[in-house]
Design a protein around this ligand. Structure first.
Ligand code: P6P
Length: 337
């Protein structure tokens, strides 16, 4: 039996990769792991509890908040507050940034941007959902950290990752030195290293896009979809169409099998649907670290300027050669050209 390496052991061992590390980032990642286990417990019994159905409130996006959305948001914020390594949380579920202004946290040097429960509309139908997180070092040195500490470019991330609550629960993350995956072993309550040094295949045969929006896509996106569907044994086409409707699950599958995930601009969503700060940037950092590619159809996601907290962006992310091929089509509408 192989030696079991827990997330905690791995984080400590990898801390040595950072000569000036004093353990804060390690503790922050530990705090996220703890909250993930608590959220996982509730997600796994969602059908049994009076936790299904809308909480009645709506989030900043005007989307009805499932009770589990609210619960997950509260659990991650609480874990980060107690852990003392994070001074500000930017959450999809909250209009404004949340200052963790306890005596310990208010001077902490890290910022966390989080989508606490992505794909939550799938909870009631038992489809995998996920948490996406992104970690920055604050730039403000004197006084309180502020919104501008959150609105940094994706290239400034020090760590990013996701938890997928699926057939098993996995935590996958990067600190800029590769990507590693941990599977939760419920019998010991630990995330254990199960997918060391994850690399996304350079090519794949899966394309993932909501084709129900086809008529609203730019012509270049329509042309790329047709390219995926044309018979050409030399390039293993037609590709397979797979769309779960949960970004974490769709990207996790492609990370393992290869493929491209696309959420383009549409006539009703001229800047795309997915959020730059807590969905596109963390996923782009992670997929690039796994050898993949992530653009908005023209520019690298990680280089995009952040102009507002809940800013949206189109995203083409996955196997490097597939994303490059897609970019040879005119993927953006006139708004972004
Ligand atoms: P659509 C879930 O609501 C989400 O934010 C992502 O997880 C997912 O990829 C996307 O929206 C699905 O959007 O418009 O295809 O239902």
């Amino acid at each position: 039996m192989n030696k079991v390496i827990t997330l905690g052991q791995f984080i400590i061992e990898k801390q040595a990769d950072f000569p000036y590390a004093k353990g804060e980032l390690s503790r922050l990642l530990r705090d996220i792991g703890i909250a993930a286990k608590i959220v996982n417990r509730e997600v796994n019994k969602a059908g049994l509890m009076d936790i299904l159905g809308n909480a009645g409130s709506t989030n900043i996006q005007g989307e009805s908040q499932q009770k589990l959305d609210v619960y997950a948001d509260q659990q991650f914020i609480s874990a980060l507050k107690c852990g003392g390594e994070c001074c500000i949380v930017a959450s999809e579920e909250n209009e404004d940034i949340i200052r963790l202004d306890t005596d310990v946290s208010k001077n902490a040097k890290y910022i966390v941007a989080i989508d606490p429960l992505d794909g939550s509309s799938n909870i009631d139908v038992n489809v995998p959902v996920g948490t996406i997180f992104s970690i920055y070092r604050r730039k403000t040195t004197a006084g309180q950290a502020s919104l501008k500490d959150v609105m940094q470019k994706g290239t400034e991330q020090v760590a990013a990752g996701y938890i997928i609550y699926g057939s098993s629960t996995m935590l996958v993350y990067t600190t800029g030195k590769g990507v590693n995956g941990f599977t939760l072993d419920p019998s010991i309550g630990e995330f254990c290293l199960s997918h060391p040094d994850m690399q996304i295949p350079e090519r794949g045969v899966i394309y993932s896009i909501n084709e129900g929006n086809y008529v609203h896509f730019p012509q270049g996106v329509k042309d790329y979809i047709k390219y995926c569907q044309v018979e050409d044994p030399k390039t293993n086409r037609p590709y397979a169409s797979r769309y779960i409707g949960s970004m974490v699950a769709d990207i996790h599958r492609n990370l393992i099998k290869g493929g491209i995930f696309i959420y383009p601009v549409t006539s009703s969503a001229p800047n795309g649907k997915l959020r730059l700060v807590y969905e596109c940037n963390p996923m782009a950092f992670l997929i690039e670290q796994a050898g993949g590619r992530a653009t908005n159809g023209k520019d690298r996601i990680l280089n995009l300027t952040v102009t507002e907290l809940h800013q949206r962006s189109p995203i083409f992310i996955g196997s490097k050669e597939m994303v490059k091929k897609a970019e040879s089509f005119n993927l953006l509408n006139e708004i972004l050209q």
